[in-house]
Design a protein around this ligand. Sequence first.
Ligand code: PEP
Ligand code: MN
Length: 363
Amino acid sequence: MSDKGNKDWFSKFKKPLIVAGPCSAESEEQVLATAKELAKIDHVQIFRAGIWKPRTRPNSFEGVGAIGLQWLKKVKEQTGLLTAVEAANAQHVEECLKAGIDIIWIGARTTVNPFTVQEIADALKGVDITVMVKNPINPDLQLWLGAIERLNNVGIEKVIAVHRGFSSLSQTKFRNSPNWQIPIELKIQMPHIPVICDPSHIAGKHELLLSVAQEALDLDMDGLMIETHIDPINAKSDAQQQITPLKLKELLSQLVYRSPVSGNVEFSNRLEQLRKRIDKIDLDIVDILAARMQLVEEIGLYKKENNVTILQLERWNTVLKNILVQSENLGMQKEFSKKLYQLVHEESIRIQTEIMNQELHKK
Ligand code: PEP
Ligand code: MN
């Protein structure tokens, strides 16, 4: 049986799916105390804990290792929560499978490396298990898709993608900047893959969790993975971004849950009307663009006949300046208009280059 092409297997979870638990398993007491509190919260269905921790520098806490798997077994027995662990190589996979871990996740530092992803996929061949795949550290959709495909190729269809933000050169308020366009594009290209968001690693600090989580839900993400620790201040890793189970409960109650559809007829009718107007404008935009490109072609021919260069920097600067002034007057983001017009200019140059390269007297 193949689950490819549908999300049926995912519908056993309540939506939004909440994955919670500490960044790292530190002791049996910490793991069990956290899990018991989490199990009382509606929608928390998966307990996560890192056992082998990928740390940026050595000599920081690198996880408790395989002994932690036994603590997770107890979590499952005592709370009924499903358990999830990060595996970064084939040996981790073997140990997780031996210990009966329900879900394996591939971390951001692993998704970047197709060799390692393949090694993990090979170790999972023939196993009926759910795998969560975090986005790679760098904003490369292809790597993320590739990791999912490697799992699909060995028969793993129950895959959940996790958006945990991307490292960026510029200083932002986030630890890892969200780049929502990438998970949205993943949803478009792989509609059968649920996508959840990890606000903890995006935010880097607990104060930002609520706004990031809300944005994820507003964009119809299928769930959230939130790091939760019974004593966050004393956590051995990612202390600043972890919250107590009580705080998680509060956060979940503050979120506004939206639905992709509404049962309200008035809403649906009004939405329909507005969409019709948008559709009309979109068609007008294409008509106008086609008319513009027609003129570009005429100018191209004229330049060719008169041996004039295609690129006219001064003219382009004037066009762009006019566009930006008008955009600002109309309350539009200048950056958006600039990007759009750069694309229009690129296409105009392409059309004129094609004309220049055509046989001189071709009719
Ligand atoms: C984690 O979830 O604890 C973790 C290390 O995440 P990431 O791979 O997203 O950095
Ligand atoms: Mn962490």
